[in-house]
Design a protein around this ligand. Structure first.
Ligand SMILES: [Zn+2]
Length: 460
């Protein structure tokens, strides 16, 4: 992964914040980041490096140097490991009922509308613009059961330059899916998934592989055995990723246990769906054996902390997942989570871990109220939002080092009417990171690069 041989064509000078090691913030002031024609980082030089001045001058003379100003910071692009694209019109509402009611009352009727390509185009265009606007350089999208609308989402991601994994949702079980919204049969769902994989991989605009296909069984309650077995078979013959939901809520978890006599993790493993390219959303009710199984498979968890507050009945044991060496990143879970920002997911991950550690009921004594040693730090949350997400997807993203794709964002703390205020004499670099995580809004994300291409520019 490390060691690009390309020749650098462009460069950015900036204060760079990233987190290659979990829990540690790396800070490089006035770093010169050089990027080749393919969008790969060639070098990251400190002012003390011997070639620094000469290279910086050369890029400046050629008009290929972007210099971030005081109060602006360069960070890796954010990675959203779990996002339901069709639920975008529902963002910020419908948070009043449990998961099983939410699906039938709000979500399945909304997702059924994507049979209409005009509606799908309008929503998906708005969604991808917002994701890029908020600094999400990679999004892992569930689409719907509809192949044409899912292909349209692929087209839009390619057109707008967003790195994405896209899956046609597979759900065929008449007992778990409404008549108006499900695949006709396991066979048609599997065939349509195979067709999407071909479509993405042979797409003429996708030669760099910016968009990747994902095999997407919705979750165990909506899939027949035949469907899961067929998708597992398809996974063994393709290089596609796999995404699904795992042990999300009391209801979803106990449904899987009562149907198969084992946890969701074990069921996915048995159907060939737990691989080194699998992303399991939520996974709140995983036990120690499940975590070991996920780690052994090299699979990943998409931690969706705010969605979990509304739908999962419990707080994900993030620190246990760290201890088990499970790959883990963050998901917004649009629209189970009510906001589009991965920074917000990172802030929620920290808050949720504190709630888990301290407990919730003041009647219970402090020593019995929570789960000791559950808290995570802001640096760990930042790592999940970037490096952890890249590792989860097995892609060279999330770190600003040579050999990685230049997927990066500029955070501007000096835009008008901002609540993201830095006091240089008072704030340490870790303070700056905490403030960025807690107070960044869309207007603070002034530039976004994906694979070296500037896809969002400053509006002022
Ligand atoms: Zn979800």
């Amino acid at each position: 992964m490390i060691g690009s041989t390309g020749t650098a064509l462009t460069a950015v000078v900036a204060s760079v914040l990233d987190a290659p090691t979990r829990g540690e913030l790396r800070v490089r002031h006035e770093a010169l980041v050089t990027v080749d024609q393919a969008g790969i980082i060639v070098s990251v030089l400190d002012p003390s490096d011997s070639e620094y001045e000469q290279l910086r001058d050369r890029f400046a003379r050629n008009g290929h140097l972007t210099e971030l100003e005081e109060g602006q910071f360069l960070l890796p692009g954010l990675i959203d490991l779990h996002n339901h694209a069709p639920q975008w019109p529902q963002l910020g509402k419908a948070l009043d009922v449990p998961l099983e009611v939410w699906l039938n009352r709000y979500t399945f009727p909304l997702e059924a509308k994507y049979a209409d390509l005009g509606f799908a185009g309008e929503v998906y265009e708005s969604l991808v613009d917002s994701m890029i606007g908020n600094g999400t350089t990679t999004a892992v999208y569930f689409a719907t059961t509809h192949l044409p609308a899912t292909k349209l989402l692929v087209d839009l991601c390619i057109e707008k330059g967003q790195r994405a994994l896209v899956g046609k949702v597979a759900m065929d079980d008449p007992d778990g899916c409404p008549d108006f919204y499900r695949d006709e049969s396991a066979a048609t769902a599997i065939a349509a998934t195979a067709e999407l994989i071909d479509y993405v991989e042979s797409h003429p605009g996708n030669r760099d592989g910016l968009v990747l296909p994902a095999i997407t069984p919705r979750f165990i309650p909506s899939c027949t055995d035949e469907l899961m077995a067929g998708l597992g078979e398809l996974a063994t013959h393709s290089s596609a990723h796999i995404q699904t939901h795992c042990s999300e809520s009391d209801w979803a978890h106990s449904y899987g246990v009562s149907r198969f006599g084992q946890t969701d993790t074990a069921t996915y493993r048995d159907f060939g769906l737990l691989t080194s390219k699998t992303v399991l959303a939520h996974s709140n009710f995983v036990n120690a054996q499940d975590l070991a199984m996920i780690a052994d498979a090299g699979a990943a968890v998409a931690h969706c902390p705010l969605s979990n507050v509304y739908f999962a009945n419990a707080v994900f044991p993030t620190r246990d997942a760290f201890a088990a060496d499970v790959h883990i990143g963050l998901g917004t879970d649009v629209s189970g989570g009510p906001g589009p920002s991965v920074f917000s997911a990172a802030a929620s991950a920290v808050a949720a871990s504190r709630v888990r550690e301290d407990g919730v009921d003041p009647i219970v004594t402090a020593d019995e109220r929570g789960v000791p040693d559950s808290r995570i730090s802001f640096a760990e949350a930042f790592w999940m939002a970037t490096t952890g997400g890249g590792e989860a997807l097995r892609l060279p993203i999330g770190v600003l080092s040579p050999g990685y794709s230049f997927d990066a964002i500029a955070i501007d703390t000096a835009v008008p009417e901002t609540d993201l205020n830095i006091w240089p004499d008072i704030d340490s670099s870790l303070d700056v990171l905490q403030k960025i995580i807690n107070n960044t809004v869309r207007r603070n994300v002034s530039r976004v690069w994906i694979q070296g291409v500037l896809v969002k520019s400053p509006s002022r």
